[in-house]
Each structure stands twice: as C-alpha cells, then as structure tokens.
Ligand binder design. Structure first.
Ligand SMILES: Nc1ncnc2c1ncn2[C@@H]1O[C@H](COP(=O)(O)OP(=O)(O)OP(=O)(O)O)[C@@H](O)[C@H]1O
Length: 663
C-alpha cells in the first residue's frame, strides 16, 4: 500500500563501476538536495492544486505580456467550445427523447428527430472551427513564451558574478533551469487544454445534474483514481530526472570527449576512445535500468488507477440500472446519461491529465523561477559611482580571496600598486594565485577582505560595468570566437562598429598581418573549423589575433585603464615571443597600467616592478636588479630558467631507464 500511496521516494540508482572508476563515485545530487526536494514533493502532493495557480498565473502573465490578443482569442475559443459541448448534449437529449420517449408513427418520430440532429451537426461544425482557431493562436503563443523564458534564462546566466559561475551549487541550478523554457511552452498548451476540460466538464456536469443529481458524484469517482495515478507517475518521473541529471551530464561529457576535436589525438593514440566507449556503455546500462524501473512503476500505478476507476464505472452503471428499474429514471434520460457519463468521464480524465501535465511542467517552471530569483541576487549590481577618468594608480590593499569550495585562501593579504604608465609583472609557481589576482584586478571577483582602489575610489562603490570598460584582458585561454577574423578583433569592443580598415592598425600592431594575408578572404574569413569554408588557425596564430583584439580594445579608450595579460605568449615561437613582450610593454601609455603574468622570466626583467607570489601571499617585490641582488625566490626562478639556456659540457646519460619496460 505504501508503495502506491506513500511519499514518492528518490530512486537509489545503481552506481556502475565505470562511474566509480572515472569520477570516483556516483555523479548525482547530494542527499541534502534530495531531502529538501522530498519535503517539497510531499507538500506538492498534498497541495498540488494549491501551489499551481501561482506558477500557471506567472506563465499566463508571460503570455499576456507577449501577445494579449492571441491569449484572449485562445480563451474565447475554448469557452466557445465548452458551450458548444453543452448545447451538443442537449441536442442529443432531444434526439433521445424523440427516439425513445416520443409518440406517433415512426415517420413522425423521425421528423421529430430532425431538429435535434441538425442542431448537433451545426454544433459539431462550430466546435471544430473554434478548435482550429484556438490551435492557430496557441501556436503563436507557445514559441513566444518559450523565447521569452529562454531569453530570461540566458540573460540571467550571462549577468551573474563570476563567483556564482564558479559555485557548483549555482552551476547545478543553471543546469536544471534549462528545462524551464520548454516546460513554460508546454504549459501554455496544457493550460488551453485544461481550460477546455474545465468548461466542458462544467457544462456536462450541469447537464448530468439536471438529468439526475446522483450521477455527478459518480462521475467524480470514476475520474479521481486516474488523476491520482497520473500525478504520481509525473512526480516519480521528476524525482528520477533530478537524481539522474548529473549522471546524464556525465554520459554526455564522455560522448562529447569522443567526438571533440581537442581530444581527438589522445583518443586515438592513447586508445582512450575504446576505453571511454566501454565506460559509456556501462553507464548507459545503469541509466537504462532506471528507465525500466520507472516504466514498471508507471505500469503498476496506472493499472491500480484503472482498476479503481473501473470499479467506480461499474457502480455508476449499477446505480443507473437500479434507477431505471425502480422507475426513478426514464429510458430516454438514461440514454443521454450514458452518453453524458462517457463524455464527462472522458473530459474529466483528460482534464486530470492536463492538470497533471500542468503540475509536472510547473515543477520545471518553478526551477526556472528559482534560478531567476537566485541569479537576480547574484547579478553584478547595476548602480554605483562613475569611475573617475583620471585615477593615477590602482591599488590592491591587503586583499584576501578564498574560492567558495576551498579551505585555504587563493590570495592572502596581498598589497600592490599599479601606477598609470607602468609595467608590472607578477610571477610565482603554479597555483600561487596569479590568475586569481588578475580576476580581482579586473573586477571579475570582489575582495572578501581588503580593498581594491581606483585612485581613491573603492571598487565596492563604483559602477562595475563602467569599471569593466576600463579593463583590457588577454588570457592564455582567451575566447576563440567562431566568427570572422575581423569580428574576432572587433569583439574586443563590440559596441564600436569597425571597418576592416579601422582594424588594420591593431592587426599590424599584433604582428598578425602575415596570418591574415594567408586567409582566403583576409579579415572576412570565417575562423571556425566546424563550418564549411572556415579556417582553423594554429595556437600561435590565434594568440596574435588575441593580441590584435586587445590592441583594438585599448586603442578605443582614452580614460585611465588597466591592461592585464596572463601568459600571452605560451604558444608563440621564440622570435614572436620576444616581439610580443616588446609590443605589450609598448602598450603602457601615460593613461594605462600594464600587468603581465608569465612564467617566461625573460619577459619580465624589463618590467618596472615585479611582484612574486607564493602560496597566495606576496613573497617579495622590486625591480629585476633589486630582486636579483636580494637572492630570494625571484633570483632562484630566474637563474634556474637561465641555466637551461647556458651551454652544457655534456648531457648525462640516465643510469637506468626512467620507466621500466614491462617484463
Ligand atoms: N574556480 C576555482 N575554484 C576553486 N579553486 C580555484 C579556482 N581557480 C583557482 N583555484 C585555486 O586557487 C589557487 C590559485 O589558483 P590560480 O589559478 O590563481 O593560480 P596561478 O598562480 O594562476 O596558477 P598557474 O600558474 O598554474 O596558472 C589554486 O590552488 C587553485 O586550485
């Protein structure tokens, strides 16, 4: 009994060996999430009808704002169909009376039938015309609502703080909320169908009550079990989907790895392809087992619901038989009642299914709404004081930052000053906090402790979008946009229109002239391997395009700004690297501070000031000569790298192989 009537339980997925092997365990939401969801599900089970109007209302409001004429047309045609259904039943009743209760010769009785039949025919035609009108208007509303919900979703995702994107819980919510827009679209269809169901039910119920008051409760008894069954199946499906969402994502991840270009070489040479494919198969098998469990559960639930509904139907016909034999109901009324009960239970069944679909879709729309609320709380704030045009310096004062899921801070009490017109280098071993420092400097992350000052203004008081206007960023993994070469450069400041001629200085500056000259259509060539006729550039060629983009961005701003370059030369050949460092240094202008992060020590020696990070703390700072004289970390790093280029007398042979051959 509990199996059918207890709360919907989170499916305990069987974890495949493949999942353990690849991801170290099952990939699904933690129990904290599932218990919270159980609580909500129990609640919604009891009060599905109570919680739904709010969500249905929100979707309808969206539809109203999108196209109120279409929404009104749908509502009117559905109400019209409901009225037509009632008139149709009354016409049937008239036909029944003429057929079974009438007097006179058969020809006279047939004549008496005609008006009823004619009315039923006209009603049928009107009904189908109204249905067609409703379908066409709903067809306009549905994609509109989906587009609005999708736009809300995308806009919210693109405007949240970087910290939210790094937060695994929020990422999960972004993932779940993606189902919301399609559900909102389906909700419109379900709302229309439910409205139709409600109206035709009210009219049928009215007719039935007129025929005999006992028939109405019987009708409800017939439909109730089906409603319960459909609701339960929907909730099981929802819980299953939520508990398996990360598993599905992991499966998709493996699938993508097998088809992506970036992994293609190792997939083949290391035979990772066959390995991952076998793991994919095993993971898919465990997901299929879940589908099978769901199908079995659905079949059982629907079977129980159908049995209960059948019992109620038998009781109804039994009652009608008793009413006829005891003389409480005429045969003609009984004939109409049979038709009314059948139409009524069919429309009640359909209504229950539609309400249930509304309920199921509303679960996803609710996630979408939950995401929008949380995203709004984490959106980069709009207001703030304008950033002064002239600031002289940017100062980081005892800044600390710890990532949400980390115990130790990535930056710990870091203090540094970037004067306008200077070049500052930041060095340090892997994981020492250099990239985090750049994210703080660019305003992408806010200090959790300490302050970032632009002149005398604290970043927390400044308008962030204005601040972003003042930042030029070139990172090692800068975006390679799948658009034309010209657009790839122009996207450094997309709001500014630019002809190929306008972009030429940036191309020349970055030394990207020969790269562009090689392209079949010059700057108009499409740089995206996945499209026909497009070109793919090498890593170093891309870095030159990236540098041109940075130049375009910095050359289109006159106010004081900061240029942040994080490992900009990793893919460049030695000559290009020397030139690139030289070009970056030349970007330091009276109104621009340049910050350079790199492991190439040769690139930093000419910087005005060098800061050395170690485990998130500032270990030392000074000019190249000062730091070399101090003989600390910087001197050790520099000497170690320089020693690699020093001539060696001989290269020692290894005494024994470093990797043992298998016996
Ligand atoms: N998004 C993130 N979420 C959690 N921890 C992070 C994140 N990004 C970086 N970290 C952690 O913060 C620390 C500093 O990382 P950061 O990327 O700033 O180092 P880095 O000096 O730039 O390293 P590298 O030279 O390897 O690029 C590391 O321990 C890293 O694991």
């Amino acid at each position: 009994m509990k199996r059918f009537f207890g709360p919907v339980r989170m499916a305990e997925p069987k974890v495949s060996d493949a999942e353990r092997e690849l991801f170290g365990g099952p990939l699904r939401y933690d129990m904290g999430w599932s218990q919270h969801e159980h609580a909500t599900l129990d609640l919604t089970m009891r009060s599905a009808l109570r919680s739904m109007p709010g969500l249905v209302g929100a979707t309808l409001r969206m539809a109203w704002n999108a196209d109120r004429r279409a929404l009104l047309a749908v509502a009117m045609s559905e109400i019209g169909q409901g009225i037509a259904a009632a008139v149709g039943l009354l016409a049937v009743n008239a036909v029944m009376h003429a057929l079974l209760g009438g007097t006179g010769s058969p020809v006279e009785r047939l004549h008496a039938l005609l008006p009823g039949l004619l009315a039923a025919g006209v009603v049928g035609v009107v009904n189908s015309a109204l249905a067609a009108w409703s379908t066409s208007r709903a067809g306009r509303l549905e994609p509109l609502v989906e587009r609005i919900a999708t736009t809300q979703y995308l806009a919210a995702s693109a405007s949240v703080e970087l910290e939210a994107i790094d937060d695994p819980d929020f990422r999960r919510l972004i993932d779940i909320a993606q189902y919301g827009p399609a559900s909102a679209r389906r909700m419109i269809g379900a709302c229309v169908a439910a409205l139709n169901g409600v109206i035709s039910l009210i009219t049928t119920a009215g007719v039935l009550t007129v025929l005999h008051p006992a028939l109405l409760p019987m009708l409800i008894l017939i439909a109730a079990p089906r409603g319960w069954g459909a609701m339960r199946v929907a909730q099981e499906r929802y819980v299953s989907r939520m508990s398996w969402i990360e598993h599905v994502r992991a499966g998709r991840l493996i699938g993508n790895l097998l088809t992506e270009r970036s992994a293609a070489q190792e997939v083949r040479i290391h035979a990772v392809g066959a390995f991952l494919l076998s793991r994919y198969r095993r993971m898919a098998e465990s997901a299929e087992a879940e589908q099978e469990r769901l199908a079995t559960s659905k079949a059982l639930t629907e079977w129980v619901a159908a049995a209960l509904s059948g019992l109620a139907m038998a009781a109804t016909y039994g009652t009608m038989f008793w009413l006829i034999t005891s003389g409480h109901m005429s045969l003609a009324v009984a004939g109409t009642a049979v038709i009314a009960v059948r139409t009524g239970s069919a429309s009640l069944g359909a209504l229950v299914m539609n309400v249930n679909q509304l309920h199921e879709e509303s679960l996803y729309v609710r996630d979408h709404g939950r995401f929008l609320v949380q995203a709004a709380q984490r959106t980069i704030p709009d207001g703030g004081a304008p950033v002064p045009d002239r600031v002289e310096r940017i100062v980081l004062d005892h800044v600390t930052y710890r990532y949400p899921d980390r115990d130790t801070p990535a930056l710990d009490q870091v203090t540094l000053t970037l004067p306008m017109g200077s070049v500052t280098a930041v060095v340090g071993e892997n994981g020492s906090g250099k990239s985090t420092l750049m994210k703080i400097l660019s305003g992408l992350l806010l200090p959790q402790d300490g302050t970032l000052l632009w002149g005398d203004a604290d970043i927390n008081d400044l308008n962030r979008s204005q601040l972003f206007e003042r930042v030029c960023l070139l990172t090692q993994d800068f975006q390679r946009w799948p658009v034309t070469a010209a657009m790839n450069i122009r996207l450094g400041r997309p709001a500014r229109s630019a002809s190929p001629q306008d972009l030429r200085p940036s191309v020349e500056y970055a030394g990207a002239g020969p790269v562009i000259a090689k392209l079949p259509d010059g700057l108009r060539s499409l740089l995206a391997r996945m499209f026909r006729g497009a070109i793919e550039l090498s890593g170093g060629e891309w870095q030159k395009v990236g540098l041109a983009r940075t130049h375009w961005r910095s050359s289109t701003s006159r106010a004081d700004s900061v240029l942040i370059v994080d490992e900009p030369t990793s893919a460049l050949d030695p000559e290009a690297e020397i030139e690139a460092f030289d070009r970056i240094r030349r970007l330091a202008a009276p109104h621009r501070a340049v910050v350079l992060v790199t492991h190439r020590m040769s690139g930093v020696r000419h910087a005005d000031r060098i800061y050395v990070l170690h485990h998130g703390r500032l270990a030392e700072h000074g000019s190249h000569d000062e730091l070399m004289a101090a003989g600390g970390r910087y001197a050790a790093m520099f000497t170690a790298q320089a020693a690699q280029y020093a001539p060696t007398k001989s290269i020692p042979n290894p005494a024994s192989p470093t990797v043992a051959d298998p016996a």
